[in-house]
Design a protein around this ligand. Structure first.
Ligand code: ZN
Ligand code: ZN
Length: 353
């Protein structure tokens, strides 16, 4: 089944006649072509990609399973959409992504009330096809290679921002399309801030260094975290590291189709609590990744629905001790009918540089 056919099957199931997509990730998912201005409209028996002169040549060459039409001053987007949607009564749009003013203007131009359509795409995007798994894995391999190249560079005196710059540079050179997000590369006491921002702080002997980073291939985001020690590690640092790793492995073991996100989270949280670090793990166990860095479903207490086979969800528990240090370890897991498949190949035994 093509992506368009999958969307059409969902239209049928949800008793909709068409859906109009504007957001970058959804238009990319549907048309399998990256552009930032335009729309993809899918009706039950046809699909249309609309974009302007900046993207039209590439769209005609790359977009799949959609008719491609040019938007210009004589053929504005709204008029072309109205034409395409003639005969469609129940038309959906992206209620969480389209600004309210644009939503109202579109309703006026199309002379129809729009229905919520976000769930339709979210459900499809939660289940990755083999092409998507291949892109995520390729992005992850680049990130791992970059880390392997940067590890010898991490030593006392190196600044946090230098580590971020090295990872970014190497991922680009290795074929990544950019950073999945601004790398989090923090050292010493800063590692207790889960989303600390790399600055001028320098690595000291005996520090933990946490690196959370990723890159993109074909628009798909990788996401990994490794925490390494520099010079030596205290008993407590080893205990915390070991607890986080055991919590991560316990969570991964539960990442099977049919297990709820909350159950996965709890498996990890139980281990952290039993080790005496209850309250030091404030965020969710994991989030889905794909065309966006944070997607649904999540492996968090809020998600009481079963994870579907085909989801790719991160496994990233952490323990954060304010003023002292923090540890997080993050892999990307492909949830399958047969069980969890780890898309991350980088080792995660405590590394002392
Ligand atoms: Zn991450
Ligand atoms: Zn993450």
């Amino acid at each position: 089944m093509t992506r368009i056919e999958k969307i059409q099957a969902q239209l049928n199931e949800q008793e909709l006649d068409a859906v109009i997509l504007f957001s970058e990730s959804n238009v990319r998912y549907a048309g399998q072509f990256a552009f930032t201005d335009g729309a993809v409209a899918v009706a039950r028996d046809r699909a249309l990609l609309l974009t302007d002169s900046r993207y039209i040549e590439a769209a005609q060459a790359e977009a799949r399973d959609v008719e491609v039409r040019l938007v210009d001053s004589r053929h504005p987007l709204s008029a072309q959409l109205r034409d395409f949607l003639s005969g469609c009564n129940r038309v959906a749009a992206e209620e969480q992504r389209l600004p309210y003013a644009d939503w109202k203007r579109l309703e006026e131009k199309l002379e129809t009330a729009l229905l919520p359509g976000d769930a339709l795409l979210a459900g499809l995007r939660a289940v990755k096809d083999p092409e998507e798994i291949a892109a995520l894995t390729a992005a992850q391999r680049i990130a791992e290679q970059a880390l392997a190249e940067v590890l010898p560079f991490i030593r006392p005196g190196v600044r946090e921002r230098d580590i971020a710059a090295e990872l970014t540079y190497r991922m680009l050179r290795l074929g990544g399309e950019g950073n999945s997000f601004d790398p989090i590369t923090i050292t010493g006491p800063n590692t207790s801030k889960p989303h600390g921002v790399p600055g001028e702080a320098v690595v000291q002997p005996g520090d933990f260094v946490t690196m959370d980073f990723g890159t993109l291939v074909n628009g798909y985001h990788s996401d990994m975290t490794r925490t390494v020690a520099v010079g030596h590690a205290t008993e407590e640092m080893r205990r915390v590291y070991d607890t986080v790793l055991r919590a991560q492995l316990a969570g991964i073991e539960r990442m099977r189709a049919g297990t709820t996100g909350a159950e996965v989270h709890k498996a990890a949280e139980d281990i952290i609590q039993a080790a005496g670090y209850g309250g030091c793990f404030g965020h969710g166990f994991g989030h889905s990744v794909g065309l966006e860095i944070h997607e649904n479903p999540s492996a968090s207490p809020r998600n009481t629905k079963p994870l579907p086979a085909g989801a790719v969800v991160t496994a990233e528990p952490g323990i954060y001790l304010p003023g002292a240090f923090g540890v997080r370890i993050e892999d990307m897991i492909h949830v399958t009918e047969q069980g969890p498949v780890n898309l991350t190949a980088a080792p995660k035994d405590l590394l002392i540089l």
